[in-house]
Design a protein around this ligand. Structure first.
Ligand code: PNS
Length: 168
């Protein structure tokens, strides 16, 4: 069975991500969860923080390891001898963006296949940006992120209350 790379920003890792990682770990001999620098995004957590959170959340998964990379995804895939790139698909809104990336990666590294796993119904609406927004205003993120990370993420993202007369 081949090695798969599961790339993303994971800012932070969500229950939806973890579900995809878990299901990929059943399909592949080894899954490398790769925290990649996305030049189009400004992240709230550092690369190391994001890796550490995924390590904690995926602690029981024997064939999953976590790494980070600042470069072209296909260069990493080639370097570690992986054959597949695993991505999760939530709704049609994800499709165009993911399809474009899959075709570009196929052009750059033809032997590597992008494998899409459909998200579980209960995680359809979950995204890292939603987590950042809800946690930022002190909302309940227990349904959105892995249980072991709820406190860390909430504490790290909660904004200080506004002083009287201040505007965001
Ligand atoms: O979770 P994201 O931000 O949607 O993941 C996108 C990511 C990081 C996988 C993508 O931006 C990426 O692969 N970046 C690395 C640079 C690269 O290879 N770009 C070309 C991708 S087609």
């Amino acid at each position: 069975m081949p090695i798969a790379v599961c790339p993303g920003s994971f800012d932070p890792v969500t229950k939806g991500h973890l579900d995809i990682i878990k299901r990929a770990s059943v399909l592949f001999e080894e899954v490398i969860v790769l925290v990649v620098v996305n030049v189009d995004k400004r992240c709230s957590f550092s690369l190391e923080e994001r890796c550490e959170m995924i390590r904690q959340a995926a602690a029981g998964m024997e064939n999953v390891r976590v790494d980070h990379y600042d470069g072209l995804l296909v260069d990493y895939v080639r370097r570690v001898g992986a054959q597949a790139i695993v991505k999760g698909l939530r709704a049609m809104s994800d499709f165009e963006y993911e399809f474009q990336m899959a075709l570009t990666n196929k052009k750059l590294l033809p032997y590597a296949e992008t494998v899409f796993l459909t998200t579980s119904a209960e995680n359809m609406y979950v995204s890292s940006s939603l987590v950042r927004q809800v946690a930022g205003f002190g909302g309940d993120i227990r349904d959105l992120v892995p249980g072991c990370l709820v406190k860390t993420i909430a504490k790290r993202l909660q904004r200080p209350p506004l002083a009287d007369g201040d505007k965001r």
